[in-house]
Ligand binder design. Sequence first.
Ligand code: SF4
Length: 65
Amino acid sequence: MKKAIIDNNRCDKSPFCPVKRVCPTGAVTQKGGMFRSETPKINEELCIGCEKCVLVCPMAAVKMK
Ligand code: SF4
């Protein structure tokens, strides 16, 4: 099964990242607060490969691998 990965170079590190909200398994987490947010991380164990995150990322930073 393919898993989602986030390209750190494409990600704009927005604290409003829609990828975090759309993941049905809560596999996506992001450290930092409103002014210092980091690139979200995807927990491979929790990812079910649904690709919802790929569709919603405005920066096209999420790919399946
Ligand atoms: S592919 Fe689906 S389950 Fe995996 S991180 Fe993206 S939204 Fe979450």
